[in-house]
Design a protein around this ligand. Sequence first.
Ligand code: PLP
Length: 234
Amino acid sequence: MSVAANIASIQERIIAAARRAGRRPEEIALMAVSKTQPPERIGEAYAAGQRLFGENRVQEFAAKNNALQDLHAAEWHMIGHLQTNKAAKTAELFRAVDSVDSLKLAEKLDAAARKLSRKLDVLVEINVGGEEAKSGAAPDSQGLEELLLAAPRLEGMVFRGLMTVPPFSDHAQDARPYFRKLRELRDAIAARKLSGIAMEQLSMGMSHDFEVAIEEGSTCVRVGTAIFGERTKA
Ligand SMILES: *Cc1c(COP(=O)(O)O)cnc(C)c1O
């Protein structure tokens, strides 16, 4: 199937999942995860009306960015693990960083954004499964608390919510408790009404489990494979 047909079919499934959950489909954004995809494929998605894109490597995106200049209305989000030495380039190339997981990284991004007189939208990435090898702040950790409490002074960033990648499973339903946990954490943080923090966004759900994520409250599903096909490299 073409990229356009895949996007149309995913949008149908988003609408159906939202209705099942008694939610309004407009509350759920579809992000096309275009990592490893060449500019031509990304252009096909754009031509089909797709505007929100996620990339996971700064260098890869920097290399193809020139070829994407014509996609004026595209909105680029960084969704991958970031090293602090990439903060300046990230603030230059991306509208938002959905994978902020430490105060140290937030401070670097904040400084870089301010230098450019920009505001970066950010999501805090949470390691809901407590997996060793995964990035993300642990729920209930000192690190997460520090990050949240620092928000008022990080004037180059706008905190909008939480993001997660749950432990991998072939069965979408296995992800449900993790999605629910992220929603509960979001609700708990929102209830504290912390200064400088909005908590309306929940970025969760990928190609194989986005419908379950929508049932659990996702406001942004990040879909790569189901739009562009299998990736040849990770
Ligand atoms: C690659 C990636 C996705 C998309 O995964 P698919 O299974 O291809 O839909 C979503 N989120 C993050 C953080 C990713 O790195």
